[in-house]
Design a protein around this ligand. Structure first.
Ligand SMILES: [Fe+2]
Length: 318
């Protein structure tokens, strides 16, 4: 039996014929966007809802770009910054080659997400963000209920960075699920579903990466990877104050899929559907104050856009 390798002339010919025929097929096909014939492309109310997401996309973009490349949006896509201040304390992480590749891809995806959002619904300047190791350390101390010694540093190594990453896309994911029922326009719905798909994918990659190491002790602490995720999820539930909408990598079976497993690679509800959060819940979490009116945490001056600013103005009312 003769096996054709890709380099033989016959194999090359077959590949070329397939490529040419598939190209001419696709050129002859009509590929509509699949939008409804009637309906509104972008409703006025959609604009604020999707602009709200730009806060989280900015956070992800800077954390991932800096972590993998050692520089952020100011260098990769300065037009998306719109004059906003540079993030505090963000830095290149000490990552192995595979983790670098994953995180670089995530970072570039966030650039594209910001571009898609700002092009479709307009944007605002990058909000001030604190991505310093100290800020992550504070978050981990709150999660564990005591001061970790030495302070947690997401930039220390690949595993620490992925634990830091566990904090980020999940918030975007549940926020997009929460935004979905409030959108009217078909263009904005299409944008949201595309963002949600990739956000959920990033979250799944991070969780699977950590699940493979669930029983590993995170150096130099006495806590396993699974424990870190359980503690971070519990902290977010406390801050958001709306019940359980966030689950670590290991759960009591009452929270597992069909109440039959303690393995929890993906965080989901009773029907194995993604949890949903509202803007106030998101702000309570990312501010780390448990109050959408009181900025802090990743956004020392608060988020930008009408929704986030309205809460801060509410607080400042006489
Ligand atoms: Fe994103």
């Amino acid at each position: 039996m003769t096996i054709l390798s890709a380099s033989t002339p016959i194999a090359m010919l077959i590949v070329s014929v397939i490529l040419v025929s598939s190209r001419s097929n696709s050129e002859s096909l009509v590929c509509p966007a699949g939008y409804p014939e009637q309906g509104i492309p972008i409703d006025d109310g959609d604009i604020d809802l999707l602009q709200f997401a730009e806060n989280l996309e900015h956070l992800e973009a800077e954390y991932f770009l800096w972590g993998a490349l050692g520089y952020g949006l100011d260098r990769v896509a300065p037009q998306l910054v719109m004059g906003g201040p540079p993030p505090i304390g963000v830095q290149k992480a000490n990552l192995d080659p595979i983790t670098t590749n994953i995180i670089q891809e995530f970072g570039l995806q966030e650039v594209a997400h910001l571009r898609a959002l700002k092009t479709t619904v307009g944007g605002f300047p990058r909000p001030l963000m604190d991505l310093g190791a100290m800020n992550f350390a504070k978050l981990m101390d709150s999660a564990f209920g005591y001061e970790l010694e030495p302070a947690f540093d997401p930039y220390r190594d690949s595993l620490s960075y992925m634990i830091g990453s566990y904090v980020v896309p999940y918030v975007g994911l549940v926020s997009y699920v929460g935004t979905n029922p409030n959108l009217v326009g078909y263009v904005t719905k299409r944008l949201l579903s595309g963002l949600l798909g990739v956000e959920a994918g990033q979250d799944a990659v991070i969780r699977e990466y950590l699940y493979q190491r669930a029983a590993e002790v995170v150096h130099p602490y006495n806590h396993t990877v699974a424990e870190f995720t359980v503690r971070i999820s519990a902290l977010r539930n406390r801050l958001a104050a709306c019940g359980i909408k966030d689950e670590g990598l290991v759960v009591p079976s009452s929270l597992g899929a069909e109440n039959r497993t303690e393995t929890n690679v993906l965080s989901a509800d009773y029907n194995s559907l993604s949890y949903s959060r509202t803007p106030p819940e998101i702000l309570r979490t990312v501010y780390a104050t448990g109050d959408e009116h009181v900025p802090g945490g990743f956004f020392p001056h608060g988020g930008n856009g009408k929704i986030a600013r309205a809460f801060i103005r509410e607080l400042n009312k006489p």
